[in-house]
Design a protein around this ligand. Structure first.
Ligand SMILES: [Fe+2]
Ligand SMILES: [Fe+2]
Length: 331
């Protein structure tokens, strides 16, 4: 039987359990936080006073901080790309007669994610520290450029990607939050920490999907995981550009900023891989074919190999200046 059909069968076999996953890993709308919970209340008489306070608190934060925070926001704002990509994955079928559970998952996950870009965007706007028009142009470019994460329509590869990426965003939002708090910005600190909490729940869900697939198709899952790691997990905003630039040109500069700041580093990438290897208990997976056993060996040795490379990596103190933060010139 063709590989394609096995994947579809596995997705169908797991589908009845998706409602359970949604109950375990997502939070009902009425119970979850909303952007408004963290922002000045525009219906209150004290609104302008609260905004003033917010602007005061954001004075202490430096250039690299804002660049990283802006790029994180734009990455969240490109959510239409992620939803349309996932809806197109094999086995996720929004046209199925009795509403396929996987497509319900994608919608509910998207709905939770949508709050992240929303709250960050409003905060940035009120802070007065960044050039919103430049940010908006970058966002429009990024959504229009889309992405290519090397997963094709393969559910196994896509769930490896999301398992990895949700933890990466958890780390970076968490660190940005800690930095904001350290600089006396309690509100922003709280906001980023609560977003990080959502990312963690999503990570736990996606890694569970992969674990379940390992139970159904161990060799196929192992090969898909190894294939993704060979290609390297690219960031969802890898096509990032500024106004007037070409696709992808701003990404490296942003990545350098995040590395310098210690918000997301090569060592974090390796840590995530180690955590995934451990949770999926690679060494205990049974019934692997020859090729999949080789893939497992590769994956188990990979963290150490990457560590050797990471220690030699250097991040330039580049002189590049983003248009997003240039406006009020406070570096
Ligand atoms: Fe998010
Ligand atoms: Fe996320």
């Amino acid at each position: 039987m063709a590989t394609k059909n096995i994947r579809l069968e596995v997705m169908r076999a797991i589908e009845p359990r998706v409602t359970g996953f949604m109950n375990d890993f997502l939070i009902p709308v009425e119970d979850i936080w909303q952007p408004t919970d963290f922002l000045p209340d525009s219906q209150s008489d004290g609104f302008l006073e609260e905004v003033k306070e917010l602007r005061g608190e954001s004075q202490e934060l430096g250039y690299d901080f804002w660049v990283t925070m802006v790029a994180d926001t734009i990455t969240e704002e490109a959510l239409p790309t992620y939803e349309s990509w996932l809806m197109d994955v094999e086995g996720i079928d929004q046209h199925a007669e009795n509403k396929n559970g996987w497509s319900k998952w994608v919608r509910a996950w998207t709905a939770e994610e949508n709050r992240h870009g929303d709250v960050l965007n409003k905060y940035l706007y009120l802070s007065g520290r960044v050039n919103m028009r430049e940010i908006e142009m970058t966002t429009q470019h990024l959504i229009s450029d889309g992405f290519d994460i090397g997963t094709d329509r393969d559910p196994y590869k896509n769930f490896v990607y999301t398992s990895f990426q949700e933890l990466a965003t958890n780390i970076s939002h968490k660190r940005v939050g800690q930095m904001a708090k350290k600089k006396g910005n309690a509100l922003l600190g709280k906001m980023c920490t609560i977003i990080a909490g959502d990312e963690m729940r999503h990570h736990l869900a996606y890694r569970e999907f992969v674990k379940t697939i390992f139970g159904e198709d161990p060799s196929g899952m192992m090969l898909a995981f190894a294939d993704m790691m060979k290609k390297k997990i690219v960031m969802p905003a890898h096509f990032l550009r500024e106004s007037g630039g070409s696709a992808g040109t701003a990404f490296e500069n942003f990545s350098n900023c995040a590395q310098r700041l210690g918000v997301y580093t090569a060592m974090d990438y390796i840590d995530i891989l180690k955590k995934l290897n451990a949770y999926w208990q690679l060494d205990a997976v049974r019934a692997l074919n020859d090729e999949a056993q080789k893939a497992r060996d590769y994956l188990l040795k990979l963290p150490e190999r990457l560590e050797r490379i990471a220690t030699r990596m250097q991040f330039p103190e580049d002189t590049y200046r983003f248009k997003w933060v240039e406006a009020n010139g406070m570096l």
